[in-house]
Design a protein around this ligand. Structure first.
Ligand code: SF4
Length: 411
């Protein structure tokens, strides 16, 4: 029986399953399933708790399912710049789909019989020779984001069932991998990995940063993640000094991103033309920027990322439940649009809760949406400064960043 939000749901018939496939396909996902939770069991896995969204416990994808999925996808027109995602389903639990015994065959069929691109997320269970051969045969069609995580001794702690370091290095040795993500976990972790990966593959993008502990991550993993954050400046400087040929990005730290984009945040805030008495919702990262540069220009309603918990600190990831906990006697509250852009069809937060439902909970409060603060802005503009170079030159070397780090959050 499939599970939905922890409750048993019955997949009544084939049509029900096909409808789940159709929903994923609409979002440009290739809905393969392992028919079980992810066997890799990484201790940092953010899918460990996915109770915030509805998922269906789908069976192992059969040839018959695949024929249906493939025909549906094939019937859709190809749009330039569109890439079909393997390994990030919305209505099914995330697993490493490279572990599906037919994954490689189906990827090959997809590349052979369509003109569409594919984005693959995996910790690296593909046959290295075959995936690199496919990338050679279909240049520019595979966007392979390899989750290296760490090649250091910390790897054993974080992913005891993950692929071996040798397997990961073999995959990297070829044209398949477009980006490799790995993290600071302590001294000589991220910097050693950057050097090692770049030596094998100087074309893939190096995507670095820290892993953020969320509330359901175990104590030891949380400790390791926080240690990584403490060593991030040292590790980043070492990589900066190596002058590697790869494109190098640090994208995972919302506080750094907010600081580097402070001018854009301030400009957008000014453009909203709020009055001093207006309440505006924001998470800690933006709160610190506006406290430093726009103090007293509006009433900043600091909302912690309670749903995700841990050290998460990002306005984009706030939920309506988080906001609800902070409402006291406000009459009018301004909400950034970015909070309710989970789906393109209606206004929902990352947990899937709708804006209408939230408004009904507070009949005496008027909510005004700040349309200028949207995901288009956060995805495109704020990411522009996500290079390691920006972090070292514009953040670490900027004395203002120390002041920013010392801005305390309100209670
Ligand atoms: S391989 Fe991916 S989905 Fe599986 S446990 Fe690890 S992080 Fe989670």
């Amino acid at each position: 029986m499939p599970l939905k939000n922890g409750k048993r749901m019955s997949i009544k018939d084939k049509e029900f399953l096909h409808n789940i496939f159709r929903k994923e396909i609409k979002d440009r996902k290739i809905p393969l399933s392992l028919g079980k939770t992810c066997p890799v069991k990484c201790t940092f896995c953010y899918e460990m708790d996915h109770s915030y969204r509805d998922t269906f416990d789908t069976p192992l994808t059969t040839q018959e399912h695949w024929d249906f999925i493939f025909n549906e996808i094939k019937s859709l027109p190809t749009r330039e710049s569109e890439s079909w995602v393997l390994g990030g389903n919305e209505y099914m639990e995330w697993t490493d789909l490279a572990l599906h015994p037919k994954a490689m065959d189906w990827i090959e069929q997809f590349l052979d019989q369509t003109d569409k691109g594919i984005t693959v997320f995996s910790v690296g269970y593909f046959d290295p020779l075959r995936i690199n051969r496919l990338a050679d045969k279909y240049p520019g069609r595979i966007n392979f984001e390899l989750s290296v995580i760490s090649l250091s001794s910390y790897r054993q702690q974080l992913m005891p069932k993950g692929p071996s370091v040798d397997q990961v290095l073999e995959i990297l040795d070829g044209p398949a991998v477009t980006s490799a993500n790995f993290y600071s976990l302590g001294p000589d972790s991220m910097s050693n990995d950057a050097k090692r990966i770049s030596k094998i593959n100087e074309k893939c993008l190096l995507w670095m940063g820290c892993l953020t502990p969320l509330k359901y991550i175990d104590g030891n993993t949380t400790k390791l993640m926080r240690q990584g954050k403490r060593f991030l400046p040292d590790e980043a400087r070492k990589i900066y000094d190596m002058d590697l040929p790869n494109v190098q990005m640090i994208h995972t730290e919302s506080d750094i991103t907010a600081f580097l984009n402070r001018n854009k945040i301030i400009k957008t805030f000014d453009a909203c033309e709020l009055e001093k008495k207006d309440w505006i919702v924001m998470a800690g990262n933006v709160h610190r920027v506006l406290t430093l540069f726009r103090s007293g220009r509006a009433r900043f309603m600091y909302v912690p990322n309670d749903t995700l918990g841990g050290d998460s600190d990002c306005t984009t990831l706030l939920t309506f439940d988080d906001i609800a906990k902070r409402i006291t006697n406000q009459k009018v509250i301004h909400l950034p649009r970015v909070i309710m852009e989970k789906s393109s069809n209606d206004e929902r937060d990352i947990s899937g809760r709708s804006f209408d439902e939230f408004k009904n909970q507070f009949p005496n409060v008027r909510f005004k949406v700040l349309h200028k603060i949207n995901s288009d802005l956060s995805n495109k503009k704020l990411y522009e400064k996500g290079y390691l170079k920006n972090y070292v030159e514009g953040y670490l070397n900027n004395p203002l960043s120390k002041k920013y780090e010392n801005v305390a959050y309100p209670n």
